[in-house]
Design a protein around this ligand. Structure first.
Ligand code: SAM
Length: 355
């Protein structure tokens, strides 16, 4: 009887994976394009989030240490802008990850006696669970309202009498192209009242060799992170990528300040998705563009803010001058001026911007 059941079970067709329509659409559009691409938000399944945590600890990945240095060593510089008065604060973090950096700022605000509620938003359940554990252990008195979802689609409801302070750290904005950056910042601005604050963690332009190394580490963790995207597609869209037949390639162009990551097909091959009932053809050497990481000048930050309805109140920079947290304040809407400034956006921003 037992054997019958086991055999019967084995003979059943495997359950089809539940397909996320947004992922399906992005894969059909991206792998069907002339220059193949995949949006970087799909990096962050559980394995991708774990790999990203390893990346943040790599010697080459200076970004996390620099940003953490600002948050740990200069939280009062930021807190003065966030909480100059007694107004309660709602901290809304877009793409919070595990919250390891933000906790220092929350701690500083609580020590100053600022009434504060934290609303982290992230697509990664793994990251939000870690965040919740961290905050429960270290700041149990901080009201915490995590939101699992896309920050393009979700926004917490907060009392109008509170100051909203939105955070976009980890140079997350740099993963978007120019149009998307302005679109996201305008969307944020549309949720804010004049005087509300946006904190933007941004990587500054610097030695190109140092930037490139951050996306091409010696241990190959960034390569594994990039390759995990294909594993995710295999699992979630029933695809048959053979990761042995792809490699990781990173580049940095000082001309436009963009680091870019690609997956390179090592040979001519066809990859199928049973869930999508499609196949995708790859020539030898053909690339999938998977991530952009924009580096900024202070002028570019000013222009980006102006084009999206903000003023730059301050830039708090690490001691080496590699990274900045820009403090932007929502300014009164001035459509004519905003349109004029949008037309004067930074020269040399990446021209190829598929997502
Ligand atoms: C580069 S990590 C940065 C994490 C954290 N902010 C930090 O600085 O350590 C990017 C995070 O944003 C999340 N993310 C990316 N795109 C997102 C989106 N559209 N909506 C919500 N979360 C997103 C990822 O899951 C990931 O946790």
């Amino acid at each position: 009887m037992e054997m019958y059941l086991a055999l019967n079970h084995a003979a059943e067709p495997a359950a089809a994976p539940v397909v996320d329509p947004a992922l399906a659409n992005d894969v059909i559009a991206g792998l069907g394009a002339q220059q193949k691409f995949l949006p970087s938000k799909w990096f962050y399944d559980d394995a991708g989030s774990r790999l990203f945590q390893q990346i943040m600890a790599l010697p080459e990945y200076y970004l996390t240490r620099a940003e953490l240095g600002i948050l740990r060593n200069k939280p009062d510089d930021l807190a003065e802008w966030i909480a100059p008065d007694a107004l309660p604060v709602d901290l809304i973090e877009l793409g919070s990850g595990d919250g390891a950096k933000t906790i220092s700022l929350c701690d500083a605000l609580m020590r100053r006696g600022t009434p504060c509620t934290y609303h982290p938003i992230d697509v990664s359940a793994h990251a939000l669970i870690e965040l919740q554990q961290r905050f429960l252990a270290e700041l149990p008195d901080l009201p915490l309202h995590p939101i699992l979802g896309d920050y393009f689609e979700h926004w917490p409801s907060t009392p109008p009498s509170h100051r909203q302070v939105v955070m976009l750290l980890g140079s997350n904005l740099g993963n978007l192209n120019q149009d998307q950056s302005i679109q996201l910042l305008k969307r944020v601005r549309s949720r804010l009242l004049v005087g509300d604050v946006l904190l933007l963690g941004l990587d500054l332009k610097k030695d190109p060799g140092m930037i490139l190394a951050a996306y091409n580490d010696a241990q190959g963790v960034t390569a594994a992170f990039n390759m995990n995207l294909l594993r995710r597609l295999n699992r979630e869209l029933d695809m048959d990528f053979d990761t042995e037949h792809f490699s990781h390639y990173a580049s940095y162009s000082p001309l436009d300040g963009a680091a870019r990551s690609f997956l390179v097909s090592k040979r001519r091959q066809v990859v199928r998705s049973r869930a999508l009932d499609r196949e995708f053809h790859f020539a030898r050497g053909e690339t999938i563009y998977t991530e952009q990481s924009q580096k900024y000048s202070f002028e570019a930050i000013e222009q980006l803010a102006a084009a999206s309805g903000f003023d730059v109140a301050s830039t708090v920079t690490d001691d080496l001058g590699w990274y900045t947290i820009a403090v932007l304040r929502a300014r009164p809407k001035q459509p004519a001026r905003a349109a004029f400034l949008a037309a004067a956006l930074p020269v040399g921003w990446p021209a190829f911007t598929p997502w």
